[in-house]
Design a protein around this ligand. Structure first.
Ligand code: ACO
Length: 357
């Protein structure tokens, strides 16, 4: 069936805005961390009734990284954060805030960000978590943008991190094969700040648009039902693995295709860009079939997508910043490039952002 293609060509008034748009917040550095242990699809064949063929054809995932027993979510977040600071040639003392997108914090309380702040050696600056699941990084970036735009903060570390291998049900083949562990980070600062590699007299880098959404009516489609205050963990709940991820995959799939397409189109429009202005799309890496359908509906060819799903699986809030960091470091994303990011996950919560590097 032919998919409807979103038209970006009929918005000349927004083209005008491109020239007028002065972004206030920019990405100054990126970093990421993936645990050393790589788990292949074939290894999972020994854990649940599945096959490399099923996982590859239904999702596009071939491998994922799993944290070692001694590693914590905050360890991975701090490692990615340090690398982002190094790339920006900034130090912890330059930070005014730390925002951590995660649904797999070290503890229910206090926030994972408090441990990250301590491990990085920062003091006094506010540090807090955003629990927007796969959309956590786009949420964190959108919130940080508000603080920087208003002048309330100068440099903010935004991290997406998940340790999902410890919260999936290893007897549920419909979910356990999908997820991986890792962390990605960016340092955001005023668009007027320079960073290594900037092109003199190039267009001003920055966040051109960033928008976030939630539809709580779909909360049951992807959840960890027990273990919170609504359903404190009992022995029965524990035995039934009600404290592990549960998903109605097809509901999430349909919502992802629809909302990633719509929010991407909306962010493009808000940024005043048309399709040909875009150099790259960095989508949330959940399922290759979702990404392919979004690409067809937006009318962007897949070769403009930064993809690493094959290697990492779905790392939820870490997926966009890990892919972003890889593409910046290997030179695919260069200064001046305009990049669309879009993500959707539990909540359901989703969002999209357009950033000029
Ligand atoms: N190995 C082998 N067979 C499997 C596996 C597996 N790992 N998992 C499910 N199956 C079987 C099912 O039991 C079912 O068998 P049946 O027909 O005998 O009942 C069959 O495969 C088809 O199952 P479906 O759930 O219909 O498979 P579908 O094509 O929908 O793919 C998937 C499932 C991959 C989860 C898909 O729905 C999906 O990707 N959804 C998006 C969810 C997602 O990515 N969520 C992550 C967080 S949110 C986000 O990031 C967007």
């Amino acid at each position: 069936m032919a998919l409807p293609v979103i038209e970006f060509t009929n918005i000349p008034s927004h083209r005008k805005n491109v020239l007028e748009l002065k972004p206030t917040t920019r990405i100054l550095g990126t970093g990421s961390y993936a645990p050393a242990r790589v788990v292949t699809n074939s290894e999972l064949e020994k854990v649940v009734e599945t096959s490399d063929e099923w996982i590859t054809t239904r999702t596009g995932i071939r491998r994922r990284h799993h944290a070692a027993a001694h590693e914590t979510t905050s360890d991975m977040a701090a490692a990615a954060g340090r690398r982002a600071l190094e790339a920006a040639q900034l130090s912890v003392a330059d930070l005014d805030m730390i925002i951590v997108g995660t649904v797999t914090p070290d503890h229910s309380s206090p926030s994972c960000a408090t441990a990250v702040q301590h491990k990085l050696g920062a003091t006094d600056i506010p540090a807090f978590d955003i629990a927007a699941a796969c959309a956590g990084f786009v949420y964190g970036m959108t919130i940080a943008d508000q603080f920087i735009t208003t002048g309330a903060a100068r440099c903010i570390l935004v991290i997406g991190v998940e340790l999902l291998s410890r919260v999936v049900n290893w007897q549920d083949r419909s979910t356990c094969v999908l997820f991986g562990d890792g962390a990605g980070a960016v340092v955001l600062g005023p668009a007027t700040m320079h960073r290594p590699g900037d092109v003199p007299d190039g267009p001003r880098p920055g966040i051109l648009a960033s928008q976030i959404y939630t539809d709580g009516s779909l909360a049951d489609a992807l959840q960890i039902p027990a273990g919170g205050a609504a359903r404190p963990l009992t022995v029965d709940e524990l035995e039934a693995q009600e404290n592990k991820v549960q998903m109605v995959g097809q509901d999430v799939f349909r919502a992802a295709v629809k909302q990633l397409t719509a929010s991407s189109a909306q962010a493009m429009k808000a940024a005043g860009l048309v399709s040909r202005d875009l150099d790259w799309v960095v989508p949330h890496q959940a399922n290759m079939r979702i990404i392919t359908q979004v690409s067809q509906r937006l009318g962007f060819s897949l070769d403009r997508f930064i993809l690493n799903l094959e290697e990492y699986g779905n790392t939820s809030s870490a997926s966009i910043p890990i892919a972003l960091d890889e593409a910046v470091r290997d030179g695919r994303i260069r200064p001046g490039h305009q990049v669309l990011m879009c993500a959707l996950g539990a909540g359901i919560s989703w969002g999209a952002a357009v950033v000029r590097f």
